[in-house]
Design a protein around this ligand. Structure first.
Ligand SMILES: Nc1ncnc2c1ncn2[C@@H]1O[C@H](COP(=O)(O)OP(=O)(O)OP(=O)(O)O)[C@@H](O)[C@H]1O
Ligand SMILES: [Mg+2]
Length: 456
């Protein structure tokens, strides 16, 4: 059997040496590098299966090395070694594609388990990825069981099956506009034709026209060859015009003309092309207001919103928060090889109370971070971002918004009993840990356990 090759990158000689000895003993081929430049060269030339990469390196940083490695070979596993307390950097590294992280000073036994697990799941993952690319793209999952979302799914279903050629999706940032656009495309008869997205805010006005309509050779100085535009390339499929509210007025007029009969000329060209594309546009701006302010054309607005879809903010459909969180937990469990099974009561309350200005995207990021940081079977309050906890309870200064007194009042004994139960549950009935969770001494805690019948 082929031996796995590991590249150890650390600027401290002693650490390199001890890791090398230790890993060799376990049957790996080991190569070492003392700085980022050498690490990159060796990663390219020697093609290791796994890199153990110190974040703090002289010269180019571990994070940069990680990014470069992922650029040229996404399959190489990278485990980051972080200084104690460098959690945010670790989170960042995981987002950039690191497989896992270990904190210094590390325990060699734990480290070898992490490495072994990484190499084992690696082969499995490759297999799964191969299978995935072979199947046809199916519609993305839209999670949510609230009244709003049920209604939305009914509308989407009808839209996907209809011939409706323009759809306008409105909603705050992060509510799922692009997801909805993809869902419509993948669930329609156009699914095996292209879905092309363009962000109208990100492309300068002068370029947008040639991106959408294409140009003929010689149309302008840089037009060395004919280029097809997106409408032509997407023929039979769907074009997603994101951030349409930021489209400049001149371009709006051109788009409107195209929408009249789906025909256009390439820039500098005479021939008229007619295409069959569905246009889904999206914006988080209030277009009515833009119309009043004369920055958006009224006639284009009516043309685009033949079918209007409005995505509610997450705080307007709180029933969806936990199902979404659970969905993301499952997703990131897979990505980061974790086994989080649920959410602790306090964390759940916090999520339910929070206003989620960034909507589903913010929730997704919060869960990603929590999964990366936590090693428990349950997602705990301490894994939620501090800002979030602070913002959910601005008056008290402590993460106590979960305890806001409801207008009808509460039975304080009941609450106490419930908290004791939760503390025990979270800690798997470890009494001293549970006591700590409630800032109680062990005697005070046991007294309460007895009082509520948890202890004979
Ligand atoms: N109902 C949902 N179910 C599952 N995932 C969702 C849902 N809504 C949003 N998401 C996920 O949340 C993230 C943000 O969604 P999306 O990019 O579609 O938002 P958006 O409205 O286009 O945001 P922006 O206005 O900032 O561009 C995506 O990763 C998306 O897959
Ligand atoms: Mg978007």
């Amino acid at each position: 059997m082929k031996r796995n090759k590991i590249l150890v990158v650390d600027d401290e000689h002693l650490i390199r040496w001890s890791l090398e000895q230790n890993l060799k003993k376990q049957g790996y081929d080991v190569i070492v590098a003392g700085n980022g430049e050498d690490a990159l060269r060796m990663a390219r030339e020697e093609q290791p299966d796994l890199v153990l990469l110190d974040i703090q390196l002289p010269g180019i940083s571990g994070i940069e090395v990680l990014e470069k490695i992922k650029e040229f070979d996404d399959d190489i596993l990278v485990i980051m070694v972080t200084a104690h307390g460098g959690l945010e950097t670790a989170v960042n590294a995981m987002r950039l594609g690191a497989y896992d992280y270990v904190s210094k000073p590390f325990n060699l036994d734990e480290l070898s388990i992490t490495i072994k697990k990484a190499l084992e799941t690696y082969d499995l993952k490759r297999e799964v990825a191969r299978l995935r690319t072979e199947t046809k793209k199916s519609a993305p999952n839209i999670i949510g069981d609230s009244r709003h979302m049920k209604h939305l799914m009914e509308v989407l279903d009808k839209v996907a099956r209809s011939e409706a050629s323009t759809v306008l999706v409105q909603g705050e940032s992060g509510t799922g506009k692009e997801l909805v656009a993809k869902w419509i495309h993948c669930s329609s008869s156009r699914a095996d034709k292209p879905f092309i997205a363009i962000n109208c805010a990100a492309v300068p006005a002068s370029l947008l026209e040639s991106e959408l309509f294409g140009y003929e050779k010689g149309a302008f100085t840089d037009a060395k060859a004919t280029k097809k535009g997106l409408f032509e390339l997407a023929d039979g499929g769907t074009v997603f015009l994101d951030e349409i509210g930021d489209m400049e007025m001149g371009m709006q007029a051109k788009l409107l003309r195209f929408l009249e009969d789906r025909s256009f000329r390439r820039i500098g060209g005479g021939r008229v092309f007619t295409v069959d594309v569905r246009i889904i546009s999206a914006t988080n701006k209030d277009l009515q207001k833009s119309i009043e302010e004369k920055s958006f054309r009224n006639d284009l607005y009516y043309r685009l919103q033949v079918i209007p879809i409005v995505l509610p903010a997450l705080r307007e459909r709180r029933e969806d928060i936990i199902p979404l969180a659970t969905h993301f937990i499952e997703m990131y469990n897979k990505d980061f090889n974790k086994k989080v099974q649920g959410i602790a009561g306090m964390a759940e309350r916090m999520m339910m109370d929070y206003s989620w200005p960034g909507n589903v995207r913010e929730l997704k990021n919060v869960i990603e971070r929590a999964i990366i940081l936590g090693n428990d079977e349950i997602l705990l309050l301490e894994h939620l971002p501090l800002e979030m906890v602070a913002r959910a309870a601005p008056q008290s200064g402590a993460p106590l918004s979960a305890f806001r007194l409801p207008p009808e009042g509460i039975d304080i004994e009941e609450v106490e009993k419930e908290l004791i139960r939760q503390a025990l549950e979270i800690t798997e009935w470890n009494q001293s840990k549970a006591a700590k969770k409630l800032s109680l001494g062990i005697d005070a805690f046991r007294y309460r356990m007895k009082k509520f019948g948890y202890l004979k």
